[in-house]
Design a binder for this molecule. Structure first.
Ligand SMILES: Nc1ncnc2c1ncn2[C@@H]1O[C@H](COP(=O)(O)OP(=O)(O)OP(=O)(O)O)[C@@H](O)[C@H]1O
Ligand SMILES: [Mg+2]
Length: 600
């Protein structure tokens, strides 16, 4: 037989029966082990004119009663006390029904407890033939248990088919049952029942007494057990809360440690940032000092930026590419980078890639072994090896032949070279710095220079501004070159006239600083006094207005001076002819010549 846990499948609701809500009622004083009577019982028993299933326990007093068996009763009570310490509180209820069945020699005994919804009973303990019905979930009006709860007194019942037809249909059927209320903590929470499934057993007043005593004792034990469980649960919760608090404390401690650690790291990083900044400041100062010491003029914003970049990259091992028009000072910057790098004590080796044939360049850079080619009479180390831990300067890199470009790229990538004609490779450590006056990016784009080599070399690019874009450097450069040239050619030339300086300022200097240096040297050589005059500058400087420079063309005086100078040159200093050509009088020409310092 299936256990009727689910009333819908095993014990269906009584057909046509209502499911009234019964409030928990206070325990009745009538539960005393004496046959019950009273108005509530009478009302129930008189509710129907016909004979019903429920009978007053007064009936029991009319039956012959067996003598009490105190010994068995005591054993039962001891078993109940022992059950108090069991893990599950239901164990007490199981012991209760087992002992009830044994002591009353019933065929089945059980306990029905009202569910929280007050509409259903569950059967937490059943002993005997009805055991398969353990569990429950039966509606309150399914059997006489609900009636006992309504009356609050013990009841006897038989003939279930009269009021509880469904009970009668369940196997094994019930012939007689005795039910008493189960009171816990002053409230009736369920019913204890014993049943006889056939006429072989008839209950008597002694059964009512025993059952009542058992119920009282079990209720007390059950209540104690429930309180203990509640206490244990509260304890457990407290333990969990304490452990959660401990965990939280541990976590907070860890977080605090982590925070302190991060703060320390931040401080350290701040300190190292400060250190880096101080180092960079130092490098900047060193670069500026070296530039000044070597009389390298870099007052303009453009050149200040170049020095800044050089100071930043100098301490690193990064490959540097210095770009710029011819004569802008690329080599000076490359040298500066080497001098300010940790490799300053190592060699600075430079090679002009445009000056050598491809084969020669390969042998120069990578070296060769004896017999590698005609004339290779002995082993020779290449410049990569010669540079050692220093710097290798590849000037005019833009002119390098494509096959050499590929070999150079391999050397840069693998940090090793192979001497021409050699079997084995040699490790290299030199830092490579290259320079070019070509637009290498455009050349790489156009396919005339290897793009991969360009990206390899151009890890850090410094672009030198042409002189015409930093004219404010011209006066300082001019004075510096006057000083240098005068010392070199041993002439007492000390300065330039204001006019000569204006000419220098207005010229567009396609050859950049180198052209300016040469122009001044020539002027120092040809100068007739201590101050360089306009006429002593190279003709191309003072004669040609800067066609491409619209700003210069706006200088009317410069234009006029240039035209007069050109006319004088064309007519070999003949003022009359020059004046005619210029369509001015010879007197005006003379005045202007003096004004523009064109008088020899
Ligand atoms: N800012 C400067 N201050 C003083 N002298 C300078 C400056 N710039 C360049 N010079 C001088 O100009 C000349 C040319 O400079 P450098 O050889 O470094 O130029 P470059 O860009 O390498 O030229 P090229 O492309 O022709 O090789 C050198 O004599 C150098 O000393
Ligand atoms: Mg150069």
């Amino acid at each position: 037989m299936a256990r009727p846990h689910n009333r819908d499948t095993v014990i269906p609701h009584q057909p046509g029966g209502s499911s009234p809500v019964y409030p928990l009622r206070p325990a009745s004083s009538a539960v005393s082990g004496q046959p019950a009577s009273g108005p509530a019982v009478d009302a129930v028993l008189r509710a129907s004119a016909r004979p019903g299933s429920v009978i007053s326990t007064l009936e029991l007093s009319q039956r012959s009663t067996r003598p009490p068996d105190h010994e068995s009763e005591n054993r039962a009570l001891v078993a109940l006390v022992e059950a108090m310490t069991a893990a599950s509180s239901d164990r007490i209820l199981e012991t209760l029904v087992e002992t009830a069945r044994d002591l009353c020699r019933a065929h089945s005994a059980g306990l029905s407890l009202l569910e929280e919804d007050q509409k259903h009973f569950r059967w937490p303990a059943i002993a005997g033939q009805w055991a398969p019905h353990l569990g429950g979930g039966t509606p309150r009006d399914f059997g006489p248990c609900g009636t006992v709860l309504d009356c609050g007194v013990p009841l006897l019942f038989s003939h279930p088919e009269r009021d509880f037809p469904y009970l009668a249909s369940v196997t094994p059927c019930i012939d007689e049952g005795l039910l008493i209320p189960f009171d816990v903590n002053g409230q009736t929470v369920g019913t204890i029942w014993i049943v006889a499934h056939d006429r072989s057993r008839r209950f008597d007043a002694e059964d009512l007494r025993v059952l009542t005593n058992l119920a009282k004792f079990a209720a007390a034990a059950y209540q104690t057990r429930l309180s203990m469980s509640a206490l244990m649960k509260a304890n457990q919760e407290l333990r969990e809360a304490t452990s959660a608090l401990t965990n939280a404390n541990v976590l907070t401690k860890k977080l605090n440690e982590e925070k302190r650690h991060l703060q320390d790291e931040l401080l350290a990083e701040g300190a190292s940032n400060d250190k880096r900044l101080r180092e960079l400041d130092l490098l900047r100062a060193n670069v500026a000092r070296q530039a000044t010491a070597k009389h390298f003029i870099a007052g303009s914003a453009g050149m200040q930026e170049v020095l800044e970049l050089a100071a930043c990259v100098a301490p690193l091992d990064t490959t540097v590419l210095v770009c710029g028009e011819s004569g802008t000072g690329k080599e000076f910057i490359v040298r500066l980078i080497h001098d300010q790098s940790p490799r300053a004590r190592g060699p600075f080796v430079s090679i002009n890639c445009a000056a050598l044939t491809e084969t020669l360049l390969e042998s120069e850079l990578f070296g060769h072994v004896r017999g590698a080619f005609t004339g290779a009479v002995r082993d020779k180390a290449g410049l990569f090896e010669v540079a050692g831990d220093g710097t290798l300067f590849l000037d005019e890199i833009g002119e390098m032949a494509p096959t050499m470009q590929a070999k150079l790229l391999r050397a840069l990538q693998e940090h090793e070279i192979r001497r021409v004609g050699a079997e084995r490779t040699v490790k290299i450590n030199a830092r490579v710095v290259a320079a070019t006056n070509r637009d290498l990016r455009a050349a790489a784009g156009a396919g005339t220079f290897r793009e991969d080599l360009y990206f390899r070399l151009g890890a850090f690019v410094i672009t030198m501004p042409p002189l015409r874009e930093r004219r404010d450097d011209i006066p300082a450069l001019a004075y510096e070159f006057v000083r240098r040239s005068a010392a070199r050619v041993k002439r007492d030339v000390q300065t330039l006239s204001a006019e000569a300086m204006t000419v220098l300022m207005n010229y567009h200097w396609p050859g950049n600083v180198r052209e300016l240096e040469h122009a001044i040297e020539r002027a120092v050589i040809v100068a007739r006094g201590t101050s360089i005059k306009v006429r002593e500058l190279p003709p191309e400087v003072f004669q040609k207005p800067d066609d491409g420079d619209t700003e210069d063309n706006l200088d009317l005086q410069a234009q006029e001076r240039a035209m007069i100078a050109r006319a004088l040159e064309r007519f070999r200093g003949n003022r009359r002819q020059a004046a005619d050509a210029l369509k001015i009088s010879p007197v005006t020409l003379w005045r202007k010549m003096k004004e523009y310092e064109l008088v020899e």
